[in-house]
Design a protein around this ligand. Structure first.
Ligand code: SAJ
Length: 427
C-alpha cells in the first residue's frame, strides 16, 4: 500500500491520519478548511488532544504526512467527515456525499474506500456505494468498501485508536479482509469482521446504550428529589451489585455522539424506537430541569456564575452542550444575569472569583479538573448570596457547608427534605 488519502481532518480524521503516518504509511490529508490544511502543513494541530501535536509534527517533518484541500489519487481513501443531525433530527449526509463525489474521478481498480463517519444503518451499502459506482467501477469487485466506525474517547484518542477493539464491516468479505489488513497497521486491539450495516448499527448502539442509561439515571434523579432521597447514594449502593451499572445523572447530554447517534436509529425505524426516543427526550429535558431548580433556589432572581460550558469535563468542545441550552433559558429570563467561566473556552477563560463577586448563586455545570480546588471560604466572603448548585456531585458537601454556603445537589431530595424538616423544627 503506497498512499492513504484521509478526507476530513477533525477529531477523528487527523488522529487516524497521524496513526497511519507514524506507522510507515504515507498519508495525504484533505480538508475543506484551508486554515486546517495550513496548520497541519506547518506541523501543528488545530484540536486539543494529548500526544497528537507531537505525532503530527514528527510526521510532517519526515514527509509521511501532508495536507491539501483537494482529493488526490491514492490506494486507500478514508472518509472521516462530520455527519450532523438536522433540526428535524435526520442524518445530514451531505459531507459524505461530497467526499464520495470528490473521490470518484480518482477511483481506480483495487482501491479501498473506508467510511469512518457515523452514519445511518444501510448508508455504506445503499448511499455511498452507488455514488462511487458513478465512476463506472463496480463496488466489491473493482474496488472495495467497508464501514469502520471509531470508538475513541476525546481526551484519550491516541491511546484508544491503538488499543480499543475495532469493528470492520465490508460490503463483501473481500472488502472486510482488505480493511482488516489496513487497520492492522496500527490497531493492537482485536479487529472483528462483519457486514457494513451490522457495523453501522454497532457504532450507533454503543452510544445509544450509553444515552439510554444516562436517561435512566436522569429520570431516577427526578424521582429521588420527589421522594426525598439522594440519587447519588441510590446509584452508589445499587452499583455494588455485580451486574448493575447505573450511569450518572447530570444537566444533560452533549457532544456530537450521544446527542446525535440515537436519532440515526430512530430515523431507520421510527415506529419501533420508543425507549430510544424517550431517552433522548429525557436527556434533552435536563437543562430545563436545572433551570427550574435555579428558579426554586433563587425565586427572586439574581446574579449567577456558571462553572463550565463544554459538553463534558476536560475537553474544549461545546457542540450540543446542554449548558449552552441552560444559558439560553437564563438569557431569556429578565430576573437573572449570569457569567460563564470555562478554562477550555477562550472567551470564558476568566477568573472565577472576579466573576463570583457579588453573585447570588454559583453552579458547577461541568466537572473540569480546574474546578477541584475552588476556595469556598473565599466565595462565601465575596458572594452576595450563599448558594452553590452542584449538577455533577463534584464538590464535597461538608466542605461547602463548613464555609457557610448552602449546597444544593442535582438529584438530592434528602437535602431539600432535611431543609424542610429543619424549617418545620424551628417554626
Ligand atoms: N454523561 C452523563 N452521565 C454519564 C456519562 C456521560 O450525563 O454517566 C454526559 C456527559 O456529560 C456528556 C455526554 O454524556 O455530556 C457524553 O459523554 P461521554 O462520556 O459518553 O463522551 P463522548 O460522547 O465524548 O464519547 C462517547 C463514547 N462512547 C461510549 O462510551 C459508548 C466514546 O467511546 C465514543 O467513541 C464517542 O462517544 C464517539 O465519538 O462516538
Amino acid at each position: 500500500m503506497k498512499q492513504i488519502c484521509v478526507i476530513g481532518l477533525g477529531y477523528i480524521g487527523l488522529p487516524t491520519a497521524a496513526m497511519f503516518a507514524s506507522n510507515g504509511v504515507k498519508v495525504y490529508g484533505v480538508d475543506i478548511q484551508k486554515k486546517v490544511v495550513d496548520t497541519i502543513n506547518q506541523g501543528k494541530v488545530h484540536i486539543e488532544e494529548p500526544f497528537l501535536g507531537e505525532i503530527v509534527k514528527k510526521c510532517v517533518t519526515n514527509g509521511m504526512l501532508s495536507a491539501g484541500t483537494e482529493v488526490r489519487e491514492s490506494d486507500v481513501f478514508i472518509i472521516a467527515v462530520p455527519t450532523p443531525v438536522t433540526e428535524d433530527k435526520k442524518a445530514d449526509l451531505k459531507y459524505v456525499e461530497e467526499a464520495a463525489r470528490n473521490i470518484c474521478p480518482f477511483l481506480t481498480k483495487g482501491n479501498l474506500v473506508i467510511l469512518e463517519s457515523t452514519v445511518t444503518p444501510g448508508c455504506t451499502e445503499n448511499f455511498l456505494a452507488p455514488i462511487l459506482e458513478e465512476s463506472g467501477l463496480k463496488a466489491g469487485i473493482d474496488f472495495y468498501i467497508a464501514h469502520c466506525p471509531e470508538r475513541v474517547l476525546p481526551g484519550n484518542i491516541i491511546n484508544e485508536l491503538q488499543y480499543n477493539n475495532r469493528i470492520v464491516g465490508g460490503i463483501n468479505s473481500q472488502s472486510s479482509n482488505y480493511a482488516k489488513e489496513l487497520y492492522s497497521t496500527f490497531v493492537k486491539g482485536e479487529i472483528y469482521l462483519t457486514d457494513a450495516t451490522t457495523a453501522e448499527l454497532c457504532k450507533l448502539m454503543e452510544n445509544t446504550y450509553r444515552d439510554v442509561n444516562i436517561a435512566l439515571a436522569n429520570e431516577l434523579a427526578k424521582i429521588c428529589e420527589r421522594l426525598g432521597v439522594n440519587v447519588w447514594d441510590v446509584i452508589k449502593y445499587a452499583n455494588k451489585h455485580p451486574r448493575v451499572n447505573l450511569h450518572s445523572p447530570g444537566p444533560g447530554v452533549g457532544g456530537h455522539c450521544l446527542a446525535v447517534d440515537p436519532w440515526f436509529i430512530i430515523e431507520s425505524s421510527p415506529d419501533l424506537s420508543n425507549i430510544i426516543r424517550m431517552s433522548r427526550e429525557t436527556n434533552d429535558s435536563m437543562p430545563y430541569y436545572v433551570y427550574q431548580k435555579i428558579k426554586s433556589i433563587l425565586p427572586d432572581g439574581g446574579k449567577i456564575v456558571i462553572l463550565g460550558c463544554t459538553y463534558k469535563a476536560d475537553v474544549d468542545d461545546v457542540r450540543e452542550s446542554p449548558i449552552m441550552k441552560l444559558a439560553d433559558l437564563l438569557e431569556n429570563d429578565v430576573n437573572y444575569t449570569f457569567e460563564i467561566v470555562d478554562p477550555y473556552v477562550k472567551k470564558y477563560n476568566k477568573n472565577i472569583y472576579e466573576c463570583a463577586n457579588n453573585s447570588d448563586l454559583v453552579i458547577l455545570a461541568v466537572n473540569h479538573k480546574q474546578f477541584t480546588n475552588i476556595s469556598f471560604q473565599v466565595l462565601s466572603k465575596i458572594m452576595k448570596g450563599n448558594k452553590i448548585l452542584d449538577t455533577r456531585n463534584f464538590f464535597d458537601q461538608e466542605t461547602v457547608l463548613k464555609s457557610g454556603l448552602d449546597y444544593y445537589l442535582l438529584g438530592d431530595g434528602s437535602r431539600i427534605s432535611k431543609k424542610i424538616i429543619e424549617e418545620v423544627a424551628i417554626s
